[in-house]
Design a protein around this ligand. Structure first.
Ligand SMILES: NC(=O)C1=CN([C@@H]2O[C@H](COP(=O)(O)OP(=O)(O)OC[C@H]3O[C@@H](n4cnc5c(N)ncnc54)[C@H](OP(=O)(O)O)[C@@H]3O)[C@@H](O)[C@H]2O)C=CC1
Ligand SMILES: N[C@@H](CCO)C(=O)O
Length: 355
């Protein structure tokens, strides 16, 4: 039996465009391996406009046409206006895929998109760190009340399954803290500066590769890592941290000379996010650049790769490493959330049939 999930894409930048590309290439494979296909019925983008198409939009047209500003108006059901909340409410999607800009202060517009989607009876999958860091618990509860899912694997370490590893495979291991490299852009920049590039040239390369935020200040000043530390600490350590409670500094104060000096001593600068539960029960978290010795397990993590080491009571340290950014890598995170949703729904249907 094949299930068709209709989806609306909010934001049509690097990540959601990559998901649309995967749909053009892999729907048959997903049908064969998992028993579902994805059909896009709504899209909203600030520059391109919006489309509401209950009968489905050809993902090839979306990914292969060079739409200019307002260009979606040329398509059936299209408009030059982004009308994102109309797309959420009126496009008949089972799942809303939120991949607009991350706003670390208000979480908007993504927070409103997620709330409107859940209120309209739609599951939400997102890579947007804003609503997750600011309101994951509330949104998850809201989804559960409606029998829906709110999933966000891509909000930390892109498609590398860090949240599922910690929640599922490490369940019961007694996680007491974590420490890791959680921003692909800054790790990439530090590596390129070690190779002799200046900061601006290294940042341009990270932007061209699709790693950086729309405003890369978030990457290089540590704000992006701060959101990820909050997401992990709240979810895995039972904390209730707001981003403003986490001390944070980035890599912009490091000069090429600072970087060259430590490399000549066999060390490397890394932007590190960490949190740990204290003996009095409080969770302390911070983000800062640290100079690590060559023997440290995080020192060899290069490029846009991220890694996080969980400290556990049963296993000691457990480290997961993998892509921390990238368009396809992050679209994969959305796919992994949809696969989880599908498996959950299929298991529920079998249980209902057995009762
Ligand atoms: N790229 C990556 O490696 C990763 C990204 N993420 C997160 O995923 C999200 C998407 O990332 P990415 O695709 O790279 O980002 P982009 O900047 O490439 O795309 C974001 C898109 O959202 C659109 N947009 C912004 N506001 C609205 C709105 N109100 N209504 C409709 N569309 C809107 C933008 O429109 P326009 O450009 O036309 O103005 C843009 O096309 C971000 O939150 C990011 O932090 C998470 C993990 C990894
Ligand atoms: N800009 C982010 C994307 C992944 O969240 C990074 O470079 O890590």
């Amino acid at each position: 039996m094949t299930t068709t999930y209709t989806i609306s894409l909010l934001g049509f930048g690097g990540v959601n465009r990559a998901l649309a590309e995967l749909i053009t290439q892999r729907n048959d494979e997903w049908q064969r391996d998992f028993g579902f296909r994805l059909v896009i019925v709504g899209v909203s983008d600030l520059a391109l406009g919006s489309i509401i198409a209950p009968g489905g939009i050809d993902a090839r047209v979306l990914t292969q046409t060079d739409f200019g500003r307002g260009g979606f108006a040329a398509l059936s059901g299209g408009s030059a206006d982004p009308r994102s909340l109309d797309v959420v409410r009126d496009a008949p999607a089972d799942i809303v895929v939120e991949a607009t800009y991350t706003d670390a202060i208000t979480g908007e517009p993504a927070l409103s998109h997620c709330r409107a989607a859940l209120a309209a009876g739609r599951h939400v999958v997102t890579t947007n760190k804003g609503p997750v860091a600011l309101a994951a618990r509330a949104l998850t509860a809201e989804a559960a009340r409606e029998g829906l899912r709110f999933d966000y694997e891509g909000s930390v370490m892109s498609g590398t399954p860090v949240l599922r590893l910690a929640r599922q495979a490490l369940a019961g291991s007694g996680i007491t803290g974590f420490k890791g490299i959680l921003n692909g852009t800054s790790n990439f920049i530090l590596g390129r500066m070690e190779a002799g590039l200046d900061f601006a040239a290294a940042l341009s390369e990270a932007q061209a590769a699709g790693y950086a935020e729309a405003d890369p200040t978030a990457d290089v000043e540590g704000h992006d890592v701060r959101l990820k530390v909050v997401i992990l600490a709240n979810e895995l350590l039972g904390a209730d941290l707001a981003p403003s409670q986490v001390d944070c500094s980035g890599i912009t104060a490091l000069t090429p000379a600072d970087i060259a000096t430590v490399v000549s001593n066999g060390q490397r600068w890394k932007l590190i996010g960490s949190a740990s539960r204290q003996t009095d029960g409080r969770v302390e978290a911070r983000v800062s650049a640290e100079c690590l010795p060559v023997t440290h397990p995080l020192t060899g993590v290069s490029g846009a790769v991220n890694a996080v080491t969980f400290t556990t009571q049963m296993l000691g340290d457990v480290t997961i490493t993998g892509p921390g950014a990238g368009r396809i890598e992050t679209a994969y995170a959305l796919l992994s959330d949809i696969i989880a949703l599908h498996r959950d729904r299929t298991a529920q249907m079998h249980q209902e049939a057995a009762e």
